[in-house]
Every structure is written in structure tokens, then in C-alpha cells.
Design a protein around this ligand. Sequence first.
Ligand code: PMP
Length: 412
Amino acid sequence: MASFDSYRELFSYNNNNDTMSEARTLEREEPNYFGAGPALLPTSVLQEAALDLLGYEGDNLGIGEISHRSKPAIKVIDDTKANLTKLLNIPDTHEVFFMQGGGTTGFSSIVYNLFANYAKKTNGQKAKAAYAITGSWSKKASEEATRLGFEVDVVVNTKSQKFADIPPYSEWKAIDKNTAYLYVCDNETVNGNEFKDIPGPEYLPEGVELVADMSSNILSKAIDVSKYGLIMAGAQKNIGLAGLTIYIIKKSLIEQPSDEELRSYGIPLTPIAFHYPTVISNNSAYNTIPIFTCHILKLVTEKLLSEGGIAHIQKLNEQKADLLYSALEKYPGFYTLPISNPNVRSNMNVVFTLPSEELEAKFIKEAAERKLSGLKGHRSVGGMRASIYNAVTLHSVQLLVDLVNEFATNNS
Ligand code: PMP
């Protein structure tokens, strides 16, 4: 890899406008950014990736310019898969692959593919799917499955309680016999709740697969991949750039009937770019995979591995979340935590409100003065949201905690 200095000239420009004449470099002041996604990435990863955009592995062609079927591109895909396998301890029973399209494409591709797989296993039966609606993303996923004409059974829906809690499985509606999968959103990015366990056999009947959207918390904590039929995660929050979605699928869920068979069963065919068997048999490059985005994911996962893997990052994430929630809880009349059950509060997206919109605006303003940004809540729920993903440092969280303390003291 070339040194940063030798590339610095390539990056510098002199604009005639005096205010813009400062040379650009590959350095930056560390941001204290709490945006929900796209989100912060480690500076060292971005620096290396920036250099790789100009020339990859000693070549004068960058990583974004080479063919997605070239040897270096295939190696990026394979290395990223291997890193994910190591980090999450993915067993041989499961397969990792990537697709374009984000979490929203997951909402639709999951239904098509898993209903087709169910038909394969049952000689053409039409399945139904169980959806747990515990926040706005699982609600969207269930609405998409319904919109596409598949049979959906909502087994829990906490919308009327503003998604403030995740009720115990014993209170969920029982799962019907011919159900292909139970869909959950493991971390609800907008509302700020997170599952801290997964349903065991007392709730989830044998043969019903657990499907989880982990777009906003994948690689934040250890999970037992063997318990899942499918994990889907857009990369742009905790671990990468937009443009790539990670799928971890149980191998027994890959196989599907032929197109003719599906037609004869009256089960819709999956669009080819999102047809899991096709994507998997082409090592995630059936069509053009955004290889630069995959490369970023490779660098992020490499960094995680070198720093102690999931155990290390999980501990840090717990520490950050604990620090922030504890500070907010010290002022119960001032800060409100809409997730009423502390046991399901997200370690990634900390949602809170202040006594008035005026105070919220003042909080944002004072945060900006301290160079803390990205704190405004999602437009649908208002308030504040501090997303403290993997790349957000303990130092950034400490700066936010200082503001939380001082603001409450000065404005109560
Ligand atoms: N699932 C979750 C949990 C999300 O936070 C989001 C928002 N980015 C999505 C799905 C939708 O992702 P995308 O915008 O990539 O389609």
C-alpha cells in the first residue's frame, strides 16, 4: 500500500477561491457522530479504502474499477465471507452471501425465497409466515409481505403501545402449523428496542425457521447463528457503506422448485437478481456486486478481528450503552426513555425525549457547539436518538454524557 503522504498531492487541490484553498488530505478530526445510518466508519478504514480507490494492490487501477469477476474482486468477496464466518462463528450448516438492495430488498426477497423453499420441502404447499411487529421496520417488513400477496400472521403487535416493550413469547399468538418462518427485527433502529434473547422450542415449533433483520446491530454482539434460518442485514449502519446486504442462510433453506414447478403450484417466482440459489451459486456475483462496498466491509471486519473480535466489541458496546442510559436515568423528570422496559433497550440506538420541543432544539444546538452531531430522532417519532454503533468511541459517548448531565442541571 502506498503511503498516505505520497497520495496527499493527488488529493490536494487549489481552488482560486481563498476560503477553499486549504489542501485536502486523508486526515480528519475524529467526528463525534451519532447518526442512525448511514453511520460512522473507522477513519483508518476510510483512509485505506480511499487509497485503494486510486490503486488496488500495487496496480494503477482502483478497487471500484476492476471487474467484479476478476481475481482480486473474488478474493475480496471470499475474504469478507471468511471474516464474517470467524467473527460470528458461522457453522458449516449456514452460508453467507451478499446482495444489493438494502434491508428493504430483504423484506421482499425473504418472502419470495422462503415461500418457494417451503414449497420445495412440502411438494408444493403454500406456507404462511408469522411476523412480530415490535417497531417500524418489522411493521414495514410485514406490510411488504402482505402487499406481495403472501399470507401473513401477525403474532405480536406493540404499535398501540408505541413499541415501548417486547412482550414475553408466552403472550404472543401461537404459531400455526404450516408456517414457514417467524420474522423478527432484532434491533428496531427508529424506536430503540432490541431483543435480548430468541424464542426457544416452547414458542417456536420445530421446522419453523427464525428469520431476523439485524441491519442495525449485526456484529455488535455474539449470536448463536445455528438457531437462525436466515439473518439479513444492510451494511450501512454498524459495519459498512450502503449498497450491500449481508445474508446468512441455513443451507437447507436454499433449495427451491424449478420455475415450472412454482408456476404449477401458483407460487410466485423470485426476481432473478434476488433469487438466493442463483446468487449463492455465483458466489454473490451473479450480477455486479458493489465491490468497493464489499471491500469496506472486509476492512471493517478485519479491524474487528484484529481488535479482539465480537467479545471485545460487545463489551465495549455494553459499556457505552450503560454509560448513556445511566446518565439519562439520573434525571427521570427531565429525560424520558420511551422504551419503558429497561431489559429491551437497544444497545445501538438510544432514544430519549426532553420536556419540550424547545428544549430539544436547544439540546441539539448545544450539542453542535460541542461538535456532537446526528442526534435528532427519526422524523416519525421526534425526540433524540443517539446511535452508538461499533465505530462510535467510548470517548464520543463520554462527551455526550457530559452534555446530558450539564444540560439537565442547567435547564431543570
Ligand atoms: N431494517 C432496519 C432495522 C433498518 O434500520 C433499516 C433502515 N435503514 C431497514 C431495514 C431498511 O434499510 P434500507 O434503507 O437499506 O432498505
